[in-house]
Design a protein around this ligand. Structure first.
Ligand SMILES: *Cc1c(COP(=O)(O)O)cnc(C)c1O
Length: 429
């Protein structure tokens, strides 16, 4: 389910009129639906209820502390990739004891901080890292809980920038040598072996690669359970979402009856649970995009129209610094006007931002309803890897973020001011 659709001629998020909201708070503006996030969490948990499933939300997908707080209250743990994310989780009321720490480049201060806070597990990505974690833990008189991330060499069939489970990717330890890596880790003095982790990529639109990876790695998990008494198997995140035609009917109720993903969580669970169940272990999931992607939109205003000899450009007030997915990995976002257009008239346009880069576009040669300067557009499915990847490039302040709860719109981050942009800069005297 997601809660964006037209009501009385304007796009709504739950019961909030987005046109009025954008008038009040300005653009560019991120808006998230609380109901959608909670619904997705509960649906995934319900789909996996035949195993001892623990959801560690991938914080990096959308790390606003209001979003983290919603999930913490639902009982979620968190998959973090930096000390900064651990700090956020704590501020949001999350439990460090339910945090797993991923990433190929953990630093000493980050490892120390995580050990002090008592995180659930470090998911280590190389033998050098495990040795370093052991050393840092030893110096603190502690034992570090670790899992190794295995790279199962499975093709996730997703964009090359978000594929992580092939041998040529920088992530994880090669499947062929994982047993030896565990043996060496077990011999280190300040390491406690807790589990095995994998994550093969993001935005997977088929269940096949997940099931292939689970089938391939499950026998190793059984061996590790017998040998080291591991307590969990984390199968990572990666569940893909619908980016195209996601507002097909334009009616919120339509969404309550249809699937939000090209691969449904029920289908996902049905394929992998039988194998996972036999392991008799705690199963950790690390969904990011699935939880928040369809729960957010970015609203932008059309500033100018430019009719060139080859193209029609609509210049909008949001740029690649606000939402980089199209520029970074050809990410698609459906674009719809906030005022419903039933005329059926469309034209092929490029939607471009104000940033001085040719990569600064949101759509190219796309048939869209005809919109005039001053009208507003919503880029759909912008809740994941949207605001979190925003930058101040071109000295553009960060957009505001709003969390909608039925008819109430909470500002969860006010728009950054230009003064705030400069507060930490210094001219040497
Ligand atoms: C990014 C990431 C995730 C989340 O991926 P999604 O595609 O957003 O579900 C999970 N685990 C790890 C280790 C990651 O790096």
């Amino acid at each position: 389910m997601h809660s964006f659709g037209y009501r009385n001629g304007t796009l709504h998020c739950e019961s909030v009129d987005l046109d009025a909201l954008a008038e009040e708070h300005g653009t560019p503006l991120y808006v998230y639906s609380k109901g959608t996030i909670i619904d997705h969490y509960r649906r995934l948990a319900a789909a996996m209820n035949e195993v001892d499933c623990h959801i560690c939300y991938a914080t990096k997908a959308n790390s606003n502390i209001a979003v983290l707080n919603l999930l913490a209250k639902e009982g979620a743990g968190f998959d973090i990739v930096s000390g900064g994310e651990l700090f956020r989780v704590e501020k949001a009321g999350g439990d460090p004891g339910k945090c797993t720490f991923a990433g190929v480049g953990k630093t000493r201060p980050e490892i120390e901080y995580a050990l002090e806070k008592g995180i659930y597990c470090f998911n280590a990505e190389s033998e050098a890292e495990i040795a370093f974690i052991s050393e840092v833990a030893g110096a603190m008189g502690k034992v570090a809980p670790i899992a190794l991330r295995v790279n199962p060499n499975v093709d996730a069939k997703t964009h090359k920038y978000i594929s992580t489970g092939k041998s040529e990717n920088k992530f994880g330890i090669d499947f062929e040598v994982i047993r030896e890596a565990y043996a060496r880790a077990a011999a280190l003095p300040n390491i406690q072996i807790k589990g095995l982790q994998m994550h093969i990529g993001s935005q997977l639109t088929s269940v096949d690669p997940f099931s292939e990876a689970v089938e391939k790695v499950a026998p190793v998990v059984e061996e590790l359970k017998a040998e080291y008494g591991i307590e969990f198997f984390s199968i990572g995140g990666g569940i893909g979402i619908v980016y195209e035609n996601s507002l097909a009917s334009g009616d919120i109720s339509w969404w309550n009856e249809h699937e939000e993903s090209p691969l449904t969580v029920e289908e996902y669970a049905a394929r992998i649970v039988p194998t996972l169940k036999k392991l008799g272990l705690k199963i950790i999931l690390e969904p990011g995009r699935y939880m928040v992607g369809n729960a957010g939109v970015m609203i932008t205003e059309v500033l100018y129209e430019k009719r060139g000899s080859a193209k029609v450009f609509k210049v909008v007030d949001a740029g690649m610094n606000d939402l980089i997915r199209p520029a970074l990995y050809e990410g698609h976002h459906d674009i719809v006007p906030l005022k419903e257009d039933n005329s059926g008239d469309t034209e092929a346009v490029d939607i471009v931002g104000p940033v001085c880069e040719s990569g600064d576009f949101f759509a190219q040669d796309r048939e869209l309803p005809i919109v005039q300067s001053g009208e507003k557009l919503a880029l759909l499915s912008a809740g994941a890897y949207g605001f979190v990847m925003a930058s101040n490039y071109n000295s553009r302040p960060f957009p505001a973020e709003i969390l909608v709860d039925d008819e109430v719109a909470h500002v969860i981050r006010p728009r950054q001011t230009i003064e705030e942009l400069l507060t930490t800069e210094v001219i040497p005297q």
